[in-house]
Design a protein around this ligand. Structure first.
Ligand SMILES: C[S@@+](CC[C@H](N)C(=O)[O-])C[C@H]1O[C@@H](n2cnc3c(N)ncnc32)[C@H](O)[C@@H]1O
Length: 257
């Protein structure tokens, strides 16, 4: 009986200590991200995106922790890379990837913005690379691989990016990059069956899940953290009042152990 009481007390203390470590770590990460939002040298469009992207909450949902290695697939101009950089802190690493198509996209504007973000050793824990998905040099060393607001482009853009085959190529590369048990995070603009999602730059949630499962991931959770019930999915993401404010879904999945 006495042993049972002692064990119970020890367990309670351990849980309390573990919880307070987790809370401290979360507070510290939130603080690093908040500081980063005010840091000089961010891209001119970042601040416009901040309110609609809820960076700390999103990073939490995808399970990013201090010291982790994160892969930001198709980083574009690097909004998320900058957030991940603050989230993982100086002991972590962020691999920011763009495929070669980025050099053609808007005369390479997103690539140039990404380079500008990194001048003079800004974001020292970030490694930027322009490399196609199949040539990425990672093998099982990544904790979290994130692919933001781009699956719809690859899935829908048949002429340039092979539709479903292109998405699978991407997801397979992320699968290879991840550690066993590692997390893949997808965010995208919600599309609805029956609408022209190609024209609207959207994708159905069931297609995102299906793509992940076909690539061997186990879907774990979805979140409407970036949801907007005023967006009825019936117009383009660039429609009136929708820019940076669409109904967006987050999907978290895991590479099996
Ligand atoms: C918003 S960026 C996503 C960058 C970054 N991952 C993020 O979350 O901020 C994706 C944009 O790049 C362009 N894009 C990227 N890949 C494309 C493709 N395969 N076909 C057409 N447009 C593409 C589109 O303009 C699209 O809106």
């Amino acid at each position: 009986m006495k042993n049972l009481i002692i064990n119970t007390i020890v367990l309670a203390l351990t849980l309390t200590t573990t919880q307070s470590f987790a809370t401290d770590a979360n507070t510290a990460m939130a603080e690093r991200i908040n500081q980063q939002l005010k840091a000089p040298g961010r891209d001119q469009y970042d601040a416009i995106k901040d309110p609609g992207r809820k960076p700390f909450e999103v990073v939490q949902f995808f399970g990013v922790k201090e010291g982790m290695t994160v892969l930001d697939m198709f980083t574009g101009a690097g909004y998320n890379t900058e957030i991940f950089s603050a989230a993982v802190g100086e002991k972590g690493i962020v691999y920011a990837q763009n495929y070669h198509f980025v050099l053609q996209l808007i005369n390479g504007a997103r690539h140039k913005s990404m380079l500008a973000r990194l001048v003079n050793g800004r974001l020292p824990n970030v490694r930027y690379m322009v490399v196609d998905a199949e040539d990425m040099p990672f093998e099982g060393n990544v904790d979290v691989a994130y692919w933001g607001f781009n699956m719809h482009d690859v899935y829908n853009s048949v002429e340039a990016h092979e539709g479903e085959g292109g998405v699978q190529k991407y997801l397979r590369s992320m699968y290879r990059a991840l550690k066993p048990g590692g997390i893949v995070g997808i965010s995208d603009h919600v599309g609805e069956a029956g609408y022209d999602n190609v024209e609207f730059h959207r994708i159905e949630i069931r297609i995102i899940k299906d793509m992940l499962e076909k690539a061997g991931f186990v879907v774990e959770a979805t979140s409407d953290l970036l949801g907007n019930s005023n967006d009825d999915h019936s117009q383009s993401i660039y429609g009136e009042g929708l820019r940076y404010n669409t109904d967006r879904i987050l999907v978290r999945a895991r590479k099996p152990k």
